[in-house]
Write a protein that binds this ligand. Sequence first.
Ligand code: FHN
Length: 433
Amino acid sequence: MIQQDLALEEDARQLKMQWWREARFGLFIHWGLYAVAAGEWKGQPFDGVSEWIMKRMAVPVAEYEELAGQFNPIGFDAEAWVGLAKAAGMKYIVITAKHHDGFAMYGSASSPYNIVDATPYGCDPLKALAEACAKEDIRLCFYYSQFQDWHHPDAGGNDWDYPDAAGKDFERYMQEKALPQMRELLTQYGPIGLIWFDTPMSLTEDQSRRFAELVRGLQPNCLINSRVGHQYHDYASTGDNMIPSDVFDTDWEVPATLNHTWGYKKADDNWKSPVQLVKLLVDINRKGGNYLLNVGPRGDGTIPEGSVRILEEVGAWMRVNSEAIYGTVPCPTFPYLMPWCGFTHKPGKLYLHVYEWRGGNRVIFGLGSPVKRAYLLAEPEKEIEFVHNSAGMNLSQQLSRLILTLPQLTPDPIATVIVLEYEGELKTEPLKP
Ligand code: FHN
């Protein structure tokens, strides 16, 4: 009976993971009072990720609260944000409903320290986002810092206003803020794709379980990431910007920055280029993961033009090539490194992302599955000539050789994708002495 229950639970998890596995690319949004500070406190620049300014500069709660009085993001446009994610080819949005600073970015009845009650703006951006996401078929998801809350005297993280030795009652924080806010988020905004917990730190197993049970009780289809703690998750978050070195055999996602910060920081224009981003997306997808790429909107509600332009360029590439991204499954490693290309995979199709195109012969060693057809994803009628020799004694390290004859063409400035249709299972061959 217990075995049967477990099997049913696993079947249900497989079903609810489907949209997320199909999506492969999502938008993370870090937005909060720290966007007003923009990486400076009293004219002093701060060296670190912007949303940590309160803790790193040990800003007293009463002083940090003053940012709320200056927060009036009249430039916020939910449809433009959702439109940007959609145009970039992203399928879900995860936004900070409450980050470690404890400020709720929605109208919360459980704490007046929220954007509706404590700012001149007085509106609920998550409501507007929920409506825009529903229209555009983008899954709305919430980030919630469940352990750290530097505003609440009993929560984790604030040892300058509230020293740990003063006898914190974490249970009181859970009962009066964290659990009620989770309930609000799961009952006021329609179906939520996932709850993105963060920094569980010293949460006990019982506390993690109660967060997970609350989510599952209110929205059984809502996914939970591994930072809920104690293995109560549906999928794993890797470390920030940390990509596994090879295929990772579980459901996983990389939370990643576009520059060097999550929240808006006016001094940080270190944007990754569209080429770098697509290479990362391809690499992450090949290894079986999702890419959750962050933007940090400003205090006025606008997304920095630098990030908008880059995401639009990624989107232009996605419009032609997203078949090679959505719903991909892991692709085994090839025996040799091939810096000129990347791979993604779906059963029956191997996608070769050519970063450095040149006409003429290019060889792929070690593809063990017979190739039936090769063509350009952007122009499927353009067949690519090839010869596929199976492994033999006289060939390099006894590996199969796929010799592609690439035509002269104007390549995609990011990556030109070739589809290789193959027979049977996808097999790559190991190097032999
Ligand atoms: O401390 C946070 C950080 O500010 C940011 O939210 C990232 C996103 O993954 N999570 C924590 C650090 O891992």
